[in-house]
Design a protein around this ligand. Structure first.
Ligand code: CS2
Length: 493
């Protein structure tokens, strides 16, 4: 455990909060405090807290899930007074070690749901941010919020809410009834138009609960969109030991990340915001353009690396990048498929962005996990790859790499790679019906998976036959040989 009292005696090489934490109060509540939040938003807030007059902008972290991992996180963060260590790795040279102090309070909602609602009703909380993952917005392929989801239905039926949308709605109801201003709601997840998505989800829930309240929320709450970026690997027990050995700390919940960090935000806060522009955050009205580039280049190429890469037997990002076939697949996908369709903001060069991404992936110090990137692919692929796929097919372009990706995703669901080694498949949104489709002898039927619904590719003869051909080839001779054939066919023109 990190003991907050020992902060002043940390070695000089460890950066620590440059402000008096005892004066800091929470002004932002964050739902679902994952490693990404701790390596990203909390780092910007840690910087902002050192600005004069910013003591009111600390973070109240809230865990919502009733699982052991979340209970352990609560014990660790509460035991350390919200402190934790972060090691940021540049591609070369000395990593930067810091102890981050932005989270000044942490609550695990299942342990005391009323305490969470009380805190969220406090006028001092002026912004609620969320990282509940792509699948956490509970929307179907048409963008409709699923009111029949069992957890949502339970919240709608009454009692203290447990879901993120139930909790925010009840907190907003209490604020309205008390004459308190509402908080801004900002999604920090990798979703297309994340401000619009969280608004739609919250209003859908609120309308089903209480239409008058929903109307108040619609009139009063703002939902800025933002683009977030920092590669933050998962931390297993061995990483924890390694990090503590590296930092000399005894941290129950250390994290690590690349040194790159970016946050682009729409300036639309209904009850004020900290001066984040002073600590490196970019404010713009054109967030969608940044978000589009990031999702369709970074996250999509991550998917393009992970599903094929895992089948090829790779598990770690920079090692996969040392495989010339994976490198070539990504290079081609970025420069020929995703890149040319982008509506990039004037300040951004897509070519340079691509080069930067590939060099970030090659960073040997990170050791990011392909299985982390792959997890919940059924929620991620529609966000990251669908638009590019649809546009490539509509324009009569070369859909082979995307057909290969979808073939790899479908085959990945079996959980066995080219070497015959099995790997865990974490796909909570893949249903029994999906698995039955993926097992049909007519391999094209896999394009009917829920994850590919509405993409407009199954109807395209060339795309569907490529997809079926790649699946047959993966089953017969492996993803590695199939990728080699694909690259050779591309080279042949
Ligand atoms: C990854 C992201 O999970 C994924 O699919 O692509 O977690 C990625 O590492 C971050 O978005 C980087 O900003």
């Amino acid at each position: 455990m990190i003991d907050p009292a020992t902060l002043p005696s940390l070695p000089a090489s460890v950066a620590r909060p440059a402000y008096d934490r005892s004066k800091v109060k929470a002004g932002i509540a964050h739902l679902s405090v994952g490693n990404f939040h701790r390596a990203h938003q909390a780092v910007y807030i840690d910087r902002v807290l050192a600005l004069p007059g910013h003591e009111g902008w600390g973070i109240l972290g809230i865990g919502l899930m009733d699982v052991e991992g979340e209970r352990a996180k609560a014990r660790a963060l509460q035991g350390q007074g919200g402190l934790y260590s972060l090691v940021a790795y540049p591609p070369e040279g000395t990593p930067e070690v810091s102890v981050v102090g932005a989270i000044v309070e942490y609550l695990h909602a299942p342990a005391d749901p009323e305490a969470v609602l009380k805190r969220l009703a406090d006028p001092a909380i002026r912004i609620v941010t969320l990282t509940v993952t792509e699948g956490g917005y509970n929307i179907d392929e048409t963008g409709t919020f699923k009111l029949d989801d069992p957890a949502v239905a339970k919240d709608l039926a009454g009692g203290l809410p447990a879901t993120s949308f139930g909790v925010m709605t009840e907190a907003l109801r209490r604020r309205r009834d008390a004459g308190t201003k509402p908080f801004t709601v900002m999604s920090c997840d990798n979703l297309r138009h994340n401000g619009g998505v969280v608004k739609n989800a919250l209003l859908s829930y609120a309308r089903a609960k209480d239409p008058a309240l929903a109307a108040w929320i619609e009139a009063e709450v703002t939902f800025p969109s933002c683009m977030v970026d920092r590669i933050t690997p998962a931390v297993g027990p061995a990483d924890r030991e390694r990090l503590n050995a590296e930092t000399g700390l005894d941290d129950a919940s250390p994290i690590f990340a690349e040194d790159f960090i970016q946050w682009v935000v729409e300036d639309k806060f209904c009850d004020g915001r900290p001066e984040l522009e002073k600590v490196g955050v970019e404010f713009t009205d054109a967030v969608d353009a940044y978000e589009q580039v990031k999702l369709r280049m970074l996250n999509a190429s991550h998917s393009m690396m992970s599903f094929p890469g895992i089948l090829l037997g790779h598990r770690i990002v920079h090692l996969a990048m040392q495989d010339p076939d994976v490198d070539a697949l990504l290079e081609q996908f970025l420069s020929r498929d995703a890149g040319p369709l982008l509506d990039a903001p004037p300040s951004m060069s897509v070519g340079q962005y691509k080069d930067l991404l590939l060099s970030r992936y090659r960073n040997p110090a990170i050791g990011d996990q392909l299985l982390r990137i792959a997890s919940d692919g059924a929620s991620k692929l529609p966000q990251f790859v669908q638009d590019t796929a649809r546009e490539v097919v509509q324009r009569g372009g070369d859909g082979r790499r995307i057909a290969f990706l979808l073939a790899c995703f479908t085959e990945y669901l079996r959980g066995v790679d080219d070497r015959g080694d099995s790997f865990p498949v974490v796909e909570p949104m893949v249903t029994e019906a999906d698995r039955a489709l993926a097992a049909k002898p007519d391999l094209r039927e896999g394009l009917g998976l829920g994850a590919f619904k509405g993409w407009g590719v199954a109807e395209h003869e060339g795309f569907a036959s490529d997809y079926a051909r790649y699946r047959a080839s993966i089953q017969e001779k492996g993803a590695g040989a199939t990728l080699k054939d694909l690259l050779a066919a591309v080279a042949a023109g």
